[in-house]
Design a protein around this ligand. Structure first.
Ligand code: ADP
Length: 381
């Protein structure tokens, strides 16, 4: 698999063209790019443009010699850590001259060069370079993962605060209701109190159900009860459970559905829950008297179900986040009616359990929204 790795760059510096060619011939490999410089100045220019894994420097060059070049490299933040192999004519004296710079990785090869020694030294440095790159990539991945964890943790804290608030409000009114009922039992005044308590209990039960669903899905505990069913059956069930919300807000509601039967292999209750969540959201996030449309059509081997409204819309920067749990558009809290930003994450998880996908389109605030669910269809009953 070596060839799949990105190539590493190696700098060769020698004033004699024939030496450069000889080094090139010795080191040529698919995963190495050899950069050649004929002087120290040319080498420094190349280093400004390109990161290199290793530099092979001829010590004796006219003008800036190999040691001076190394000194420049060590003095520059960008090139300080590049390992250097000096190619020397051969006395121990020359090696001693460089003692002052032995901080970084430095090695010496005597001329005439022995091919095996050169290759094995070069390989050691390349391997080190690869390892360093790997460690850096892993460090970046870890940093990303820990930032994501911190963000999830922050959202969980935020959510717990909202959840506590949301649960406390209906409980407080239920408590007050029970006290009142004690006093008003059997009188006509008891009826609206009971109705209000019913609504609060329904809201509480729904919050708790959604929370349970989300946590069951995230630990893989929801299993679909799939059956072969008609799209129209599922959609009527969804409409039935959302109609009251649509009517209560005085919206008009239209449908555009396939004339011929379309068959799905799906969990009736769960898919109806998906569509009705989208319809109820459309009703919630559209000002009184809006338009809501449900349409469906076949696209290749899938069916596309679209819930469109002409309501508040969703700002572009929120559209990729809207299916994350607890994500809510900042200005929509008043319309959320006690919702906690769980519904759409449930929608996405349920659709994905059906091997489908869900997306949103909105031209922005005030421009309405379309939610598009795509799930596989089956060819015959
Ligand atoms: P909830 O409605 O309980 O807040 P959801 O997960 O169903 O939670 O929706 C998340 C957020 O997405 C909502 O708070 C709202 O800001 C936005 N949203 C969902 N549906 C629509 C829609 N049809 N039009 C505009 N905004 C929407």
């Amino acid at each position: 698999m070596t060839s799949a790795r990105p190539p590493v760059h190696c700098l060769l510096v020698d004033d004699l063209e024939e030496n450069l060619l000889a080094l090139e011939a010795l080191l040529r490999r698919d995963d190495i790019v050899l950069l050649k410089a004929r002087s120290g100045e040319e080498a420094l220019e190349l280093l400004l443009r390109q990161d290199v894994a290793l530099a092979l420097l001829d010590v004796q060059m006219p003008g800036m010699d190999g040691f001076e070049l190394a000194e420049f490299m060590r003095g520059n933040e960008r090139t300080r850590h590049i390992p250097i192999i000096f190619l020397t004519a051969g006395t121990a004296d020359a090696q001693r001259r460089f003692r002052g710079y032995e901080m970084g990785a430095v090695d010496f090869i005597q001329k005439p060069i022995e091919a095996d020694i050169l290759r094995s030294k070069v390989n050691v440095f390349f391997e080190l370079y690869r390892q360093r790159q790997l460690v850096a990539a892993q460090r970046d991945e870890l940093a990303e993962a820990s930032a994501a964890l911190r963000e999830a943790d922050r959202r969980k804290d935020e959510y717990l605060a909202v959840l506590a608030h949301e649960l406390r409000n209906p409980l407080a009114s239920l408590h007050a209701g029970v006290n009142l009922l004690h006093r008003k039992a059997g009188t006509p005044q008891a009826i609206p109190i009971q109705e209000s308590m019913d609504r609060q209990i329904f809201h509480l039960a729904r919050l708790v159900d959604d929370l349970l669903d989300v946590s069951r899905i995230s630990v893989g505990k929801i299993s679909l009860r799939t059956e072969r069913l008609e799209l129209a059956t599922m959609l009527s069930l969804a409409i039935e459970s959302s109609q009251a919300h649509i009517d209560a807000a005085g919206h008009s509601f239209s449908t555009d559905l396939p004339a011929d039967p379309v068959w799905l292999e799906a969990d009736l209750t769960r898919m109806a829950q998906v569509v009705s969540n989208l319809l109820i959201n459309a009703a919630k996030y559209t000002p009184q008297g809006g338009r809501i449309a449900l349409s469906a059509h076949e696209v290749g081997q899938s069916v596309e179900i679209i819930v469109r409204d002409n309501g508040l819309g969703i700002p572009a920067e929120m559209q990729h986040r809207i299916f994350d749990i607890f994500a809510q558009v900042a200005g929509h809290r008043d319309q959320a009616a006690g919702g906690l930003g769980i519904g759409l994450s449930l929608v996405r998880q349920l659709v994905e359990l059906h091997a489908g996908s869900v997306s949103v389109e909105s031209a922005g605030p005030g421009e309405g929204s379309s939610f598009i669910v795509r799930i596989p269809r089956v060819t015959a009953a």
